[in-house]
Design a protein around this ligand. Structure first.
Ligand code: AMP
Ligand code: MG
Length: 409
């Protein structure tokens, strides 16, 4: 199965968790709306001045006589009277336009600068560009949809909701995700290096995966690492599947003697697919145990990261109730050469930049791309996509790049 086919299968298979909850706006950043959210009032809720100046009657404007100043309207302190013939009211941005007035004359348009003596005002003869009045609902009408179901709440949408009088929102409950590392060689990060026995390494995958998912509305369920023991793996997966909406394992999914994840998913539940035509990431398995979805990611740290970004994150977006983001591909020109044999699509780590001279996007890979080499991500800002049919790519070849800023967002 190719990457796009795997993504399409996942997108067609997965759906949002069904539970929703009502939460205050202040706790809603990053959550996903479960239903449309409507404006509780129109914005602005009253006719408001767009400028500092004077509220007048249009028919009075252009007369020779000065207008009589009868009061002022400041933001939060409206003028309660009515503007009659020959009258005006001093007004400021955001203040209520008093009844009777239908035009704001800018304060820069006094006939003589500083001529407002507090009693009468004389304006320069001119044709106003517009009324400078924001009508009721000029921004948002009461009852208008501000957010649709399935919108991820950003600082910007939350600002709109706050301004529209919304205080509580129905959101999809957080998705419960369990992350398992597997392998007898693994130790917790933080263990002093001298305490590592020969053959032991740090478990970086659990740490990386947790951080890659931290922007999503998920609750991470704490889990113990899996030993290389088929029975123990079975018990741990069955138990965690009862408590999680999605399990993500890394390691133990290849065809080695200690690789039990794929077979265990098949034994306890359903294996939807196992192995992709993808580098890195070939041994990936996907399936379910009971109501819990499960991704068996390859253990090589690079494979874990790339498959998480390309497959797990968009899948989780669906469980969270939002739409999976399409992959952003940008056209670029290789500034280094890449060796590639046709057969499998490959995602290499790269650094792109816009050329100072031509303005074109140029990309170079970050050196030897072994899938154990986490250092290939150091300084990288994109994945370079090498299509499966592609042979070696000389300098100057056109490729697509996937910016990490998009994949990590
Ligand atoms: P496996 O698929 O279990 O054979 O793992 C493939 C490679 O990834 C091996 O070199 C493992 O030691 C390594 N590996 C597996 N899990 C992790 C992990 N959680 N953190 C770092 N490296 C890992
Ligand atoms: Mg292993």
């Amino acid at each position: 199965m190719d990457l796009e086919e795997a993504r399409a299968t996942l997108f067609a298979t997965l759906s949002r968790v069904s539970h929703t909850e009502s939460i205050p706006l202040a706790e809603a950043l990053g959550r996903v709306t479960a239903e449309p959210v409507y404006a509780q009032l129109s914005l602005p809720p009253f006719p408001a001045s767009a400028m500092d100046g004077y509220a007048v009657r249009r028919e009075d404007f252009g007369q020779k006589e000065p207008l009589r100043l009868i009061g002022q309207s400041l933001a939060g302190h409206p003028f309660h009277g009515r503007v009659g013939t020959g009258e005006c009211v001093r007004i400021f941005t955001g203040a209520v336009v008093p009844e009777g007035a239908d035009l704001i004359i800018l304060q820069e348009r006094l006939a003589v600068a500083g001529q407002d003596d507090g009693e009468s005002v004389h304006f320069e003869d001119h044709e106003p560009d517009e009324s400078f009045i924001r009508r009721v609902g000029n921004d948002v009408e009461k009852g208008q949809i501000i957010c649709d179901a399935g919108d991820r709440l950003t600082p910007l949408t939350l600002g709109s909701l706050a301004s529209a009088g919304v205080s509580c929102i129905e959101v999809v409950r957080k998705v419960r995700v369990g992350i398992f590392s597997s392998g007898d060689e693994l130790r917790d990060p933080g263990t002093p290096p001298e305490a590592l026995a020969l053959g032991q390494i740090y478990d970086s995958n659990a740490f990386t995966l947790a951080n890659l998912l931290q922007h999503l509305p998920v609750d991470l369920v704490p889990l113990q690492r899996l030993a290389d023991d088929e029975e123990a793996v079975g018990k741990a997966l069955a138990d965690a599947a009862e408590r999680c909406d999605m399990l993500i394992t890394s390691g133990g999914v290849s065809v080695g003697d200690a690789d039990f994840i794929g077979a265990t998913i098949a034994r306890l539940g359903q294996l939807a697919f196992w192995r992709l035509n993808l580098k890195p990431g070939k041994p990936l398995a996907f399936g379910s145990i009971g109501d819990c979805w499960i991704f068996g990611l390859p253990g090589n740290p690079i494979s874990t990261i790339v498959t998480c970004l390309l497959l797990v994150k968009p899948s989780l977006q669906i469980l969270c109730g939002t739409r999976p983001s399409a992959l952003l591909r940008i056209d670029a020109e290789m500034a280094t050469q890449i060796s590639h044999r046709p057969g499998r699509a490959e995602y290499q780590r790269g650094v792109y930049k816009q050329s100072d001279e031509s303005g074109a996007i140029e990309v170079r890979h970050t050196g030897d791309q072994g899938s154990n080499r986490l250092s290939t991500f150091n300084g990288a800002n994109c994945l370079i996509e090498i299509p499966k049919e592609s042979a070696d790519l000389p300098v100057g070849s056109r490729v697509s790049i996937l910016p990490l800023s998009d994949l990590l967002g």
